[in-house]
Design a protein around this ligand. Structure first.
Ligand code: ADE
Ligand code: ZN
Length: 316
């Protein structure tokens, strides 16, 4: 039986399955290292760390060229997510990657928004800043994106974490706040607890994406618990990117015991072994999580979602 929940940490670019990658590469005449989906997927089996994954992820995104491509990518994810029990999806996109590839914002927003409008589930976009491009680039992107304001509900911060602390993005987040946009940020995936603390203090984020390394700091844990700051945790991603050695050692059960508002999410399902259903299955089989535990995760996901109280009460 599928568990109805909200998926709050999902990069649309990370849903590009090898089959669609090959289709889009052929459609647009973009070279790939292989045209065999099985061979391509096999390359995802052993990432040394976040950067090793990001190198493959960014290279593959050269196949996304047209509105139709972005539409097909999002439509495929939304159909799979609906089948997996997702009722609400808050979806990250990385416009700076596509701009770098010569794809204008109107193409990305046009294609993604068309798919969201037809979706079988409630869905909205969150525009992410690539932290390794720096704070000025983030501000510049946000100003370019504001004419497309109706296409997104918030901003986030992703890509390589260590060496790019949240404070670099303060100005961009101030503009976002003034525009009434929601604010989230990846923090504590590879970076230490200070990245989580800074995301709260400098950026005013409403949720932390990942947040695993917050557990190293008891005062920060107490703050996250007391302020009910949601953590959007991604178990299979953490194992694939070596933040956690084995799924059996994943800290999610401990986070629940600590009364943190944790949610389960798939991050980049095409690369890390499956969608939210595969993550939930791993929590059951490898971590012994019960239906009651999973019901708490589902309730947390609706509490943490950027939806109104009627939708929250009815779970959409
Ligand atoms: N971009 C896509 N997936 C990411 C992740 N897990 N961490 C940071 N940036 C990302
Ligand atoms: Zn992520």
């Amino acid at each position: 039986m599928t568990l109805p929940l909200a998926e709050l940490h999902l990069h649309i670019e990370g849903t590009l399955e090898a089959d669609l990658l090959v289709t889009l590469a052929r459609r647009n005449g973009v070279p790939l290292p292989s045209y065999d989906p099985t061979e391509l997927t096999a390359r995802y089996a052993d990432f040394a760390d976040l950067q090793a994954f990001l190198d493959v992820y960014y290279a593959n995104l050269a196949v996304l060229r047209t509105e139709q491509d972005f539409h097909d990518l999002a439509a495929a994810y939304l159909a799979r997510a609906a089948a997996a029990g997702v009722r609400r999806a808050e979806i990250f996109c990385d416009p700076q990657t596509h701009l770098r590839n010569g794809v204008p914002l109107e193409v990305m927003f046009g294609g993604l928004s068309a798919a969201l409008a037809e979706a079988p589930v409630s869905a909205d976009l969150i525009v992410c800043f690539l932290r390794d491009l720096g704070g000025d680039a983030a501000e510049d992107l946000l100003r370019q994106a504001l004419p497309f304001r109706e296409h997104f509900i918030g901003v986030g911060l992703d890509s390589a974490e260590v060496g790019y602390p949240p404070r670099l993005f303060r100005a961009a987040y101030e503009i976002a706040a003034a525009e009434g946009l929601h604010r989230v940020a990846h923090a504590g995936e590879e970076g230490g607890p200070e990245y989580v603390r800074e995301a709260l203090d400098e950026l005013g984020v409403e949720r932390i994406d990942h947040g695993n390394r917050a557990l190293e700091d008891p005062d920060l844990v107490a703050r996250l618990r007391d302020e009910r700051v949601p953590l959007t945790v991604c178990p299979l991603s953490n194992v694939a990117l070596k933040g956690v050695p084995r799924i059996e050692e994943h800290p999610l059960p401990r986070m629940l015991e600590l009364d943190l508002v944790v949610t389960v999410n798939s991050d980049d399902p095409a690369y890390f072994g499956g969608g939210i259903d595969a993550n939930v299955a791993a929590l059951r089989t490898a971590l012994g999580m019960t239906d009651d535990d999973l019901a708490v995760l589902a309730a947390n996901s609706f509490e943490a979602a950027f939806i109104d109280d009627d939708d929250r009460a009815s779970r959409l």
